[in-house]
Design a protein around this ligand. Structure first.
Ligand SMILES: Nc1ncnc2c1ncn2[C@@H]1O[C@H](COP(=O)(O)OP(=O)(O)OP(=O)(O)O)[C@@H](O)[C@H]1O
Ligand SMILES: [Mg+2]
Length: 257
């Protein structure tokens, strides 16, 4: 059976899709069979970020409509064996795909993969719950910004309310020069504030900025962020399973909304 991990945040634009793609890449490079599922239906970008947008034949809506099986819609990454991607649709009619449809797709794929990585949409509406419903573990992404941290806090409560107890925090876009000058909050302080285990830290990356601007394909970004994602993937794959104690005994440092 696969580990089904949703990458979520609450706030938009903090790097969920980037983290999903890069963790998928590195887990596959470690020898795991990985399928990335874009459930940001209507505003999907994972295909572009993974450099696979020109290979899309079928998408999730085709699977739901019975035009093909989930396996037929999968795209194998041409350069990364073991990494697969199930495209979302640019359809504006997002309501057509319900949670049960997606659950049966995930169930069909789960026997063939070690990891199902689910790229969650921003916000805490129905699409958020539809994504959380598919997962048994969550990685909550935040940047070191007060607003992102506050949204992450709310999101953590909502995820816990859905019964997912395995959650970890990934702090993205960290600038160590600012952290050292005490002009940016330290990632471990963010983790303490949110009462979350820190899975990893990804630095602000010029390579990601450049690649996302000129081609979208961020797998070509080779800098400190590449090493950060590699080490986070190792922690996910070889480390203890994602743990988080939530609920009555969680020692909440800030009030959750
Ligand atoms: N570590 C990083 N360094 C530099 N730029 C980054 C980093 N992580 C993400 N970005 C950039 O931030 C922007 C938003 O990233 P991304 O699309 O992954 O966020 P998201 O949380 O998935 O957004 P949405 O909520 O819209 O789905 C992109 O332009 C991406 O290239
Ligand atoms: Mg996204």
């Amino acid at each position: 059976m696969s580990r089904k991990i949703v990458i979520t945040s609450g706030k938009g634009g903090v790097g969920k899709t980037t983290c999903c793609a890069c963790l998928g890449l590195h887990l596959a490079l470690l020898g795991a069979r990985v399928v990335m599922l874009d459930v940001d239906i209507g505003l999907n970008n994972l295909d572009v970020v993974a450099g696979l947008d020109n290979k899309v034949m079928y998408d999730i809506v085709d699977v739901v409509d019975g035009k093909c099986r989930a396996r037929q819609a999968l795209i194998a990454h041409p350069k990364v064996p073991l990494l697969y991607f199930l495209p979302s649709a640019h359809s504006l009619n997002v309501g057509r795909v319900n949670g049960e449809d997606l659950k049966s797709i995930v169930n069909e794929l789960s026997s063939s993969f070690d990891y199902v990585l689910i790229d969650c949409p921003a916000g805490i509406g129905a699409e958020f719950y539809r994504a959380i419903y598919l997962a048994s573990e969550a990685i909550v992404v935040t940047t070191p910004n007060i607003t992102a941290i506050r949204d992450a806090n709310k999101t953590i409560s909502l995820i816990a309310g859905c019964g997912i107890t395995q959650m970890q925090l990934l702090v993205n876009r960290v600038r160590n020069d600012l952290v050292n000058k005490r002009l940016m909050i330290k990632p471990n302080e963010i983790a303490q504030t949110l009462d979350m285990e820190l899975l990893g830290v990804v630095p602000e990356s010029d390579a990601i900025t450049v690649m996302s601007s000129i081609s979208g394909d961020i797998f070509k970004s080779k800098d400190a962020s590449y090493e950060a994602f590699e080490s986070i993937a190792k922690k996910i794959h070889f480390g203890e399973s994602i743990k988080r104690q939530v609920g009555l005994f969680g020692k909440l440092k800030i009030k959750r909304g």
